[in-house]
Write a protein that binds this ligand. Structure first.
Ligand SMILES: Cc1cc2nc3c(=O)[nH]c(=O)nc-3n(C[C@H](O)[C@H](O)[C@H](O)COP(=O)(O)OP(=O)(O)OC[C@H]3O[C@@H](n4cnc5c(N)ncnc54)[C@H](O)[C@@H]3O)c2cc1C
Length: 474
């Protein structure tokens, strides 16, 4: 058996091809002096949840029907880095501006959306955000002007209204991952970025304070480890005893998408109750190059719980089951508690029936028709091979769903799980993770804020210039 090659490095990023790993790598390579390795199991960036067929491509910035105030503020702040990156790149394949419309159907939903609109204006005003200028509350006529198919064929007595964001973004997160990795390589030509490199074994030597990361051919001894493998990040975190990791499990929620002829001009959401982490289906004019080869309009995601941590990859089923089997009593208790909370059981039953053959399609058609009343059954086709997985964390101590992104922390290590809107905040989260890890590594390392901010705005400062800049600052 051939000997594996051994490398000593500062930081290893596992899952380098997703938008989260790419975000971390860009921050490490544009702003620090760390020796960095990125490892990715597939042959190119963005092949799993960051692929345009896997997600809804929404650039989230806090204008949502179901986020609480503090989440709106956090997403708004973090998504600013995405908006700046898009502006700097000027890449038509990366993103497109479009309107986002949150549609309320019926008296009750419109009353809630009216309140929601007020709340959004107040929240953005408190943040000093000029985003309020992009928002409008629309009545039937306003909707008809922008999205005639949303009104065509609708019962005249049915009340409809919408919150409109005139300045929304649709993003191809695979292109984003590619752009971020290009920046990383440009800033630090020594970056060791390896594709087709799967990591199975990671251990920690407490005495030497080094992580040992093994691939088929190499062993990396690293002072710090960052894992950005979506749902699989939790298993790594548990193996390495990261804080709280063993008190969590994951519900793998897959999203399906449907194709139809183009009938909308932007993105039309439905109203969504607070506390339900899975969004109602929306209708999207398709903008990404990959998707537009297949469809004119995208409908979805419609959701379904699955036993994979990566969609349709059967090899990930044992790992998923192990997440629950290692703590079965707490697991079952938590599942029951989650199901009976906040109407999630009703929601789950509904999704089950939506997933059934024949009647499922008819049921979904009914939901899609809330957006486009004239949609016909023959217009919609399930998009094959589309739809990623949201790793929805379950806290086994409290028996509750944990909404949004969670980053588990270990000794000089981070494990990033990224349900929606993870891709929209990946640039900012990458920076935060990189900054924290570099601070933990001690005084031999620095995080150059100026260099990072400059990279976000499109000006890369190379490693050698950064070193001299650091000396000047000191
Ligand atoms: C249906 C759906 C709709 C969504 N819609 C939106 C949206 O509209 N807007 C938004 O912001 N977010 C959305 N999201 C969320 C978004 O897709 C994710 O947050 C984001 O893509 C996650 O990026 P990531 O890099 O963390 O994970 P991924 O893109 O999954 O990347 C993980 C990487 O790790 C690699 N990897 C895994 N295991 C290993 C290993 N052992 N060794 C080496 N490499 C490994 C994988 O190959 C992969 O490249 C949606 C998600 C779903 C499922």
């Amino acid at each position: 058996m051939s000997q594996k090659r051994m490398h000593r490095v500062d930081v290893v990023v596992v899952g380098a091809g997703g938008v989260s790993g790419a975000g971390v790598l860009r921050a490490l390579c544009t702003a620090t002096n760390a020796k960095v390795v990125g490892l990715e199991q597939y042959g190119e960036p963005g092949m799993v949840n960051s692929h345009p067929l896997a997600n809804a491509g929404t650039g989230h910035r806090g204008v949502e029907p179901n986020y609480p105030r503090e989440k709106i503020a956090a997403i708004y702040r973090k998504s600013g880095y995405l908006w700046r990156t898009v502006r700097a790149k000027q890449n038509p394949l990366l993103a497109e501006k479009t309107h986002h419309m949150i549609l309320g159907v019926g008296k009750a939903e419109c009353a809630i959306l009216k309140e929601r609109y007020k709340m959004l204006l107040e929240t953005f005003a408190a943040l000093g955000a000029d985003i309020a200028n992009d928002l409008e509350f629309l009545d039937r006529e306003g909707i008809q002007m922008l999205e005639p198919k949303v009104i065509e064929g609708r019962n005249e007595n049915e009340e409809v209204c919408a919150i409109l964001d005139n300045n929304g973004l649709v993003v191809d997160f695979q292109v984003l991952a590619r752009e971020l990795l290009n920046d990383a390589k440009q800033a630090n030509p020594d970056l060791d970025l390896r594709f087709n490199t799967q990591v199975d074994t990671v251990s920690f030597d407490g005495e030497k304070e080094l992580y040992r990361i093994e691939t088929d051919e190499d062993v990396f001894l690293a002072k710090a480890l960052i894992v950005t493998c979506g749902a699989d990040s939790l298993a790594f975190a548990q193996r390495l005893n990261a804080v709280d990791a063993n008190d969590h499990s994951i519900l793998s929620i897959a999203g399906n998408f449907w194709s139809a002829p183009a009938m909308v001009n932007g993105k039309v959401y439905r109203y969504q109750a607070e506390g339900i982490p899975f969004s109602n289906p929306h209708a999207d004019k398709v903008m990404s190059k990959v998707m537009s080869k297949q469809v004119g309009m995208s409908l979805g995601p419609t959701i379904i719980p699955v036993l994979f941590t990566e969609r349709n990859k059967w090899g990930t089923v044992p790992g998923f089951l192990w997440l629950w089997a290692r703590s079965p009593v707490r697991g079952i208790r938590s599942l029951f508690k989650v199901l009976f909370e906040k109407g999630i059981l009703g929601f789950a039953v509904e999704q089950f029936f939506d997933g059934l053959p024949i009647i499922g399609k008819k049921r979904l058609l009914g939901k899609f028709r809330k957006i486009i009343p004239t949609l016909r059954e023959q217009d919609i086709t399930k998009r094959k091979g589309a739809g990623g997985i949201r790793p929805q964390l379950v806290n086994l101590v409290t028996g509750t769903l944990e909404m949004g992104n969670k980053i588990f922390k270990g000794f000089h290590s981070r494990f990033v799980t990224t349900p929606s809107p993870g891709a929209s905040i990946a640039v900012a989260e990458g920076m935060e993770v990189a900054k924290e890890i570099i601070a933990e590594l001690g005084p031999d390392y620095f995080f150059d804020e100026v260099a990072f901010e400059s990279a976000v705005d499109g000006v890369i400062i190379t490693a050698s210039r950064r070193e001299s800049h650091k000396e000047l600052v000191c």
